[in-house]
Design a protein around this ligand. Structure first.
Ligand SMILES: [Zn+2]
Length: 317
């Protein structure tokens, strides 16, 4: 049994026919035209209809998008990139496509793919943190995606780690996104560059590039073993480890998975996370410790996760 997964991103809409092992059979992508919700709807309908023209039996369609989706996986309350406000997107698509549809938050869909087919496939409880420009994530508890009562749960990036801390794009202060993201790593690397000493190489690269330290400059220095860049990464890992200690006290997952661009640092990132986790864990030493690992699915996780959720949903009807 196959399902179609669609991932509506800020720049492109990706869609694929996916089998029950999470393997993509056929895929396509089109640029996102977010100037009106009707154009998005037409683009998704057209893509599904094209993907349906194959020998596979398609049992459902899962659509992943950024934003708050209701707990029934039907209505988009709010999307940051598209002018959706209480948009009954599932109902509209089902009416036009005549096939079961569900809508899922994009981070949840990608996290679900990692749980089913990646680093979480052997456990029942997993937390994934995606360290990109911001901090995203998803929670799987007792083999189920955790959505919360209103569908807006698992916004891990906006867990407060510093009361009265740095202002966040969400309107609150002190969110982990301000201390554990790619953007936070840039801020920390700049601080080391300003301080001189072990930050000298960071300062030199910054001076050569017109006063800007890009994410790829910092990654290159990390991979070259530069002490300043590594110290910035350790600081980032320390914050993430503290956040994981709080998450662990509540959720008790068997595995914490890290995805996103910054996670390409691998063990260099995981080591300070583990250390900070253990230092900050309540009642340390009295229960088993979780594993900390890097995400295995890099591309198309949103599409694969959305398709799998749609297939499971169709099977439950
Ligand atoms: Zn926030």
């Amino acid at each position: 049994m196959h399902a179609i997964g669609i991932d509506i991103g800020g720049t492109k809409i990706a869609g694929a026919v996916v089998d029950e092992l999470g393997v993509i059979v056929r895929e396509e992508r089109v640029p996102t035209d977010a100037s009106s919700p009707a154009l998005i709807e037409d683009a998704v309908v057209g893509m599904v209809q094209r993907l349906q023209q194959g020998p596979e039996q398609i049992v459902g369609v899962g659509v992943a998008a950024a934003g708050f989706i209701d707990a029934a996986q039907s209505t988009v309350y709010y999307a940051p990139n598209i002018n959706w406000r209480h948009e009954p997107f599932r109902e509209k698509l089902e009416r036009r496509l005549d096939i079961p549809v569900l809508i899922e938050n994009d981070a949840n869909a990608a996290g679900w793919a990692e749980f089913r087919f990646g680093a979480g496939r052997l456990v029942s409880d997993m937390v994934i943190l995606t360290i990109g420009t911001g901090v995203g994530g998803a929670i799987v508890s007792n083999d189920r995606l955790f959505r919360g009562g209103f569908g807006a749960g698992a916004e891990i990036g906006h867990m407060r780690v510093v009361p009265g801390g740095l202002p966040c794009g969400c309107g609150a202060h002190g969110c982990i996104e301000q201390y554990g993201s790619g953007r936070a790593l840039q801020r920390m690397a700049n601080e080391f560059a300003d301080a001189g000493g072990i930050g000298q190489a960071l300062a030199d690269v910054r001076a050569r590039n017109g006063g800007v330290l890009s994410g790829s400059d910092i990654s290159a220095l990390i991979m070259a073993g530069d002490p300043g860049a590594l110290a910035a990464l350790r600081q980032l890992g320390d914050w993430l480890g503290q956040a994981c200690a709080s998450l662990g006290a509540i959720l008790d997952p068997q595995v914490f998975v890290f995805g996103g661009g910054v996670a390409q640092a691998g063990e260099l990132l995981l080591e300070p996370i583990r250390l900070a986790y253990l230092e900050n864990l309540p009642a340390r030493g009295f229960h088993p410790e979780p594993e900390f690992t890097i995400a295995e699915l890099v591309n198309d996780a949103g599409v694969v996760g959305a398709a799998d959720l749609a297939r499971l949903h169709a099977a439950s009807l």
